[in-house]
Design a protein around this ligand. Structure first.
Ligand SMILES: Cc1cc2nc3c(=O)[nH]c(=O)nc-3n(C[C@H](O)[C@H](O)[C@H](O)COP(=O)(O)OP(=O)(O)OC[C@H]3O[C@@H](n4cnc5c(N)ncnc54)[C@H](O)[C@@H]3O)c2cc1C
Length: 575
């Protein structure tokens, strides 16, 4: 049996930053990171626009409290305000620390870190490395993993955590290359497994964003928090869905409908294109629904709107958002210096996730924690984003809560021993699970079932929702759950069997999809990214609480959990 003091699942920003913190705090600890991809291929590497922090390099009036207020207002008052306070107070420290590690941030003329405008933020506070910020940060963090001697298991797929009587003892993982199954025991287990964008048919996320950590936590009997809050980013490139960063609007681009109007005037006159994402996505979806979307021949009634950069000029475009220009050019043949880009909302980010406190400890429910189990980053819900995340606050969350969770782990493991663990039943159960998948003689192919799941989620649980729509979605998912039991695999070998991985990912996507739909069905109000046509207003009296959803074979049980409101009173949310 393999053993480490700490095992972290996920080599993105959250997992890598936690590992660095643990190594810095106690160099004697034996730390390992497991990732189903190479760590540098984690979705974090694709982050574009930047990371928010009140450095005050551009705007001396900024303060952590202004950042906290913007974040809480952006969340539609569902964020836990103690967690937001920590996030925004720590932000300048973690960004300066990244800079000391060697991250190549873009600069002002005087050499200080440059900061740009971002949606929902009242000051220019987003630090960036052109539009390749995730790339710049993740490379330095992963270099540091090597520097601190962290063991890296790349292309190992984690199948489950091992939790016995409320105590995390390790995990079971599968080696993609050789088909080997290993149990790892550890004093602390941390999940930093990222999001689930692949539950939808149009997404900015990579192929590995399949919500594995969430699925595994749910199977272990743990709740998932606020899963109804799915962020649709306003500007996915049409038709492919890949992201055109909000930085493009931060640098001044306009949104226009088929009549050439800057329609954001109707929806958020004070913020225009820099309104928060939930509002901007609903505005675009409304324009398209009401016939003011654009067809490829330019006529009205089509299914996208235009993102117009032309007035920004070649030099700004090429120096500030070169990657977005390149994406549009390469993927849809649009030269944004001369033509507008076709865009529409794309599934982007998970506000919900595995519930934790501000030390990253995973919650058992409204009360109590699983000892030795931690989570941070997009898979976790410490709830700094509530109902809607502001752009550039997610990289920040990964770095701040990666750091704080790492510090908590380094402290907690001092009083924990390596657990007693009999690995045999876990190895046998894992072998049996894989064998069962290989033996299934069903009539469905994985990609067919996955496509149907993604189409169902996009159609019945997208930007606009209602009881009737979601009931149809739940019925569809019931049928899809049957099909998942009747898939068949072409490859039953042990070497590099990517089909087996896809089959396990599909099981996780199904759990995530069921949890999102049930949570959304249950929240009979509109808040943040969750918009119900049958309940179009926010209802603080009945719904100013978090959703905890417990998934089981019998269904999904919903339990409310209170929100921390220690800084700001809820107000009407207007821009
Ligand atoms: C295109 C794009 C642009 C973005 N731009 C920005 C931005 O500019 N600013 C901002 O703040 N946010 C941005 N975001 C959001 C932000 O990038 C992510 O929320 C954040 O990077 C997530 O980091 P993470 O460490 O939680 O997970 P990830 O970076 O997604 O890493 C997940 C890790 O878990 C591993 N893993 C998952 N499941 C398993 C398993 N079963 N077994 C083993 N390993 C597993 C993966 O291999 C990977 O290493 C963007 C997101 C996208 C998609």
């Amino acid at each position: 049996m393999l053993q480490h003091d700490v095992i972290i699942v996920g080599g993105g920003l959250a997992g890598s930053r936690a590992a660095v913190e643990i190594a810095r705090t106690d160099p004697q600890l034996n730390i390992a990171v497991v990732a189903k991809t190479h760590p540098i291929r984690s979705h974090s590497v694709a982050a574009q626009g930047g990371i928010a922090a009140t450095l005050k390099n551009v705007d001396s009036q900024d303060s952590w409290k202004a950042h906290a207020f913007d974040t809480v207002k952006g969340s539609d008052y569902l964020a836990d305000q103690d967690a937001v306070a920590l996030l925004t107070q720590e932000a300048p420290n973690v960004v300066i620390d990244l800079e000391h590690m060697g991250v190549l941030f873009s600069r002002l003329d005087d050499g200080r870190i440059a900061q740009r405008a971002f949606g929902g933020h009242s000051h220019n506070r987003t630090c960036y490395a052109a539009d390749k910020t995730g790339h710049a940060i993740l490379h330095e963090l992963v270099n540091n993993l090597r520097r601190y001697g962290v063991t890296i298991y790349d292309e190992w797929y984690v199948m489950r955590p091992i939790i016995e009587e409320g105590d995390a003892k390790g995990l079971v993982m599968y080696h993609l290359e050789s088909g080997r199954i290993e149990v790892v025991r550890a004093k602390a287990v941390m999940f930093a497994t990222g999001g689930y964008g692949r539950a939808f048919n149009t997404t900015s996320n990579d192929y590995a964003s399949t919500g594995d950590g969430l699925g595994m936590a749910a199977v272990a009997g743990l709740p998932l928090e606020d899963m109804e809050f799915v962020q649709f980013h306003p500007t996915g490139l049409y038709p492919v869905g890949v992201l055109i960063s909000e930085a493009v609007r931060g640098e001044g681009a306009y949104l226009r409908n088929a009549h050439g109007d800057r329609f954001m005037e109707q929806y958020a006159p004070s913020k225009m294109e820099l309104a928060p994402r939930d509002i901007t996505s609903r505005a675009i979806a409304t324009e398209i629904r009401q016939g003011r979307g654009i067809h490829p021949d330019g006529s009205p009634g089509g299914s996208y709107v235009h993102l117009d950069l032309r007035h920004m000029g070649r030099e700004t475009i090429m120096s500030r958002v070169p990657f977005c220009w390149e994406e549009a050019h390469r993927l849809v043949g649009v030269d944004a210096v001369h033509e507008p880009m076709p865009v529409r909302p794309t599934a982007h980010y998970s506000m919900g996730g595995i519930p934790t406190n501000t030390r990253g400890q995973v919650r058992l429910g409204p009360e109590g924690f699983v000892s030795g189990f931690y989570a941070a980053g997009e898979c976790a819900c410490v709830s700094v984003h509530g109902g809607n995340r502001l752009g550039s606050n997610s990289l920040l969350e990964c770095v701040v809560y990666g750091k704080l969770t790492g510090a908590a782990i380094a402290e907690d493991v001092q009083s924990r021993k390596l657990p007693e663990l009999d690995e045999r039943p876990y190895i046998e159960a894992a072998q049996q699970r894989l064998q069962n998948l290989c033996d299934r003689q069903g009539e469905y192919r994985i990609n067919q079932v996955r496509q149907q799941l993604q189409d169902t989620m996009s159609e019945f649980c997208g930007v606009f929702r209602s009881q009737e729509l979601m009931q149809r979605g739940l019925d569809e998912l019931g049928a899809i759950a049957q099909q998942v039991q009747q898939i068949h695999l072409d490859d039953s070998g042990t070497l590099w069997n990517t089909e087996l991985i896809e089959a396990m990912e599909l099981e996780n996507l199904l759990i995530v999809a069921q949890t999102i739909l049930h949570s959304a069905f249950n929240r009979r109000e509109s808040r943040g990214a969750h918009f119900r046509e049958d309940y179009p207003s926010r209802n603080d009296g009945d719904f100013l609480h978090h959703t905890l959803a417990y998934h089981s074979a019998a269904g999904v049980d919903i339990v409310p959990m209170s929100v921390n409101l220690s800084l700001f009173e809820p107000q009407e949310r207007k821009y």
